[in-house]
Design a protein around this ligand. Structure first.
Ligand SMILES: Nc1nc2c(ncn2[C@@H]2O[C@H](COP(=O)(O)OP(=O)(O)OP(=O)(O)O)[C@@H](O)[C@H]2O)c(=O)[nH]1
Length: 488
């Protein structure tokens, strides 16, 4: 599971404007008829419930450049947007570039063709309308789409026709399939020099193997410590939500538009050539914006089930909700968080069963940080302990020590992480000898409610659900702290 990802995004360059003259028998000098270049595509992040993590993303994403303007007043096509689908709960941190902006959702009926980027109004200072949503059923993990509100659009129309008729634009579809990135588990770093990558048409840059034995996530973290990152600039929490992370450049101005300027108009009317300088400044499309982002995935759940592997968290989630998580008698059966819904008469509470924590997780052991990040976004912590872990010569540790270690891991990772409403679930009460362990647990751990349950037989579940509801509603607040746990 990849839950942290570095993304380099580059908007498409604007197409060049055209310089051309239409001559006739009656007009030897000719009239300017070169169309404007099309606007470059945007790089868009789209929130999708069908995407689980960042493993299908490419590190470098380029939107397409706009088409060049041509003679007979034809405007260049708008560059295709690059839509990158990310999971629900993606948080965006900005390393370099502009803060992302929201894509406006508008129906095609409400869309005025005159507002289409790169169309007739060549006022470059005006910010153009953003495209609305694509039909999600037609796209995969990443795609290129020419979009105008749900359909793909290439606009190629003559200026004069448009002025006369003001009719709908000619639309043509082009949705291309995603390119999945190859997975590479080797220790490696991606070439940091984004500049050297510019203009290489979206192919991944040179991959440099490291010989210092560090894993890629470790290198990422080390690099991020040196950078000045703007944290949490955007959050994608709802299916279909879209943000633009890199904007396409504006198309260059063709000489039909530039001739509207009185100075140029006079010059062109007289048949004089526009100077080379003017031509280049008017004709060339502007480059798209660039951004370097760190995407981070955090679960969004009311309650997080926190416990060592095999404590019975997945079984418990299945007993409380309709979720069907994988259950196994070996550690790390759960490799990604399962989310379950607890239904009450007037309320619904989401519960995340988060991959098993082990000692040393704060140093990234086991599932380490991947696990700890998910905890950050839960309101309530339910510590799940195995009452039978140390019984009958088993190698586990007693539940009060499990609790101490769990709190320490959370606190080592981020101070204050365990400071939130909590309760303890004492699981496996059905096993012989656990009654005594439960009594001792109550004696040793103070200040939090403890619920004895048997997850496999679904015993004690209604009481636990009532307890969770109380905490989520903030009617009562209990917290588990080290000083309330008595150890030998
Ligand atoms: N006797 C008994 N066994 C249980 C109970 N709850 C779970 N188990 C067993 O404990 C083992 C681990 O259960 P899981 O639900 O996969 O544990 P987990 O905490 O989700 O484990 P990870 O996925 O590794 O984090 C399985 O063999 C379950 O059948 C219980 O109430 N009583």
């Amino acid at each position: 599971m990849i839950d942290r990802f570095r993304l380099y995004a580059k908007g498409g360059e604007g197409g060049s404007g055209c310089s051309s003259f239409r001559r006739s028998r009656h007009d030897r000098h000719g009239r300017p008829d070169g169309g404007d270049g099309g606007r470059g595509g945007d790089v868009i992040l789209e929130c999708s419930a069908t995407v689980w993590d960042f493993s299908n993303l490419q590190h470098h994403v380029n939107a397409k450049r706009g088409g060049h303007g041509t003679s007979k007043n034809k405007i260049g096509t708008r560059g295709a947007d690059k839509v990158v689908r990310v999971p629900v709960g993606t948080v965006v941190h900005l390393v370099e570039g502009e803060v992302p902006s929201q894509v406006e959702h508008r129906s095609s009926a409400a869309l005025d063709p005159w507002e289409i980027p790169g169309s007739l109004d060549v006022d470059l200072s005006v910010s153009h309308q953003k495209p609305a949503s694509v039909n999600p059923s037609t796209v995969e993990v990443a795609e290129t789409v020419d979009i105008i509100d749900g359909s793909s659009t290439c606009i190629e129309q003559t200026v004069e026709e448009s002025v006369r008729k003001r009719q709908a634009t000619q639309v043509s579809s082009s949705v291309s399939l995603p390119q999945s990135s190859p997975s590479n588990n080797k220790s490696r770093i991606l070439n940091e020099d984004f500049l050297s990558y510019k203009g290489e048409g979206g192919s991944d840059p040179e991959i440099v193997e490291t010989d210092d034995g560090m894993s890629e996530p470790e290198l990422e973290e080390q690099r991020e410590e040196k950078e000045q990152i703007q944290y949490n600039v955007a959050e994608l929490t709802e299916e279909g939500q879209r943000i633009i992370v890199a904007h396409g450049g504006e198309g260059g101005v063709g000489n039909i538009s530039s001739s509207k300027n009185s100075r140029d108009h006079k010059l062109t009317k007289l048949g004089a050539e526009v100077s080379d300088d003017d031509q280049s400044s008017l004709g060339i499309g502007s480059p798209g914006s660039e951004a370097i982002l760190v995407l981070e995935l955090k679960s969004i759940a009311d309650v997080g089930l926190v416990g060592f592997p095999n404590a019975g968290k997945s079984t418990l989630l299945g007993a409380m909700s309709r979720a069907k998580p994988t259950v196994g008698h070996y550690a790390f059966t759960t490799l990604r968080p399962n989310i379950g819904n607890l239904k009450y008469d007037d309320l619904s509470v989401t519960v995340a069963d988060i991959p098993g924590l082990i000692k040393g997780a704060h140093e990234n052991r086991g599932l380490g940080h991947a696990f700890l990040r998910h905890i950050e976004r839960t309101k309530v912590i339910a510590y799940v302990v195995d009452l039978a872990a140390a019984l009958d010569g088993r190698k586990g540790i007693p539940p009060w020590e499990q609790l101490k270690d769990l709190i320490l891991e959370l606190e080592y990772y981020r101070e204050g992480l365990s400071n939130r409403p909590s309760l303890v679930v004492a699981n496996k009460i059905d096993e012989a000898g656990t009654e005594e362990v439960y009594e001792e647990l109550k004696r040793r751990v103070q200040g939090v409610p403890i619920f004895p349950v048997c997850a496999v037989l679904e015993e004690g579940i209604p009481e636990l659900k009532a307890g969770l509801r109380m905490l989520v509603n903030s009617a009562e607040s209990y917290g588990l702290s080290l000083d309330r746990i008595s150890l030998d």
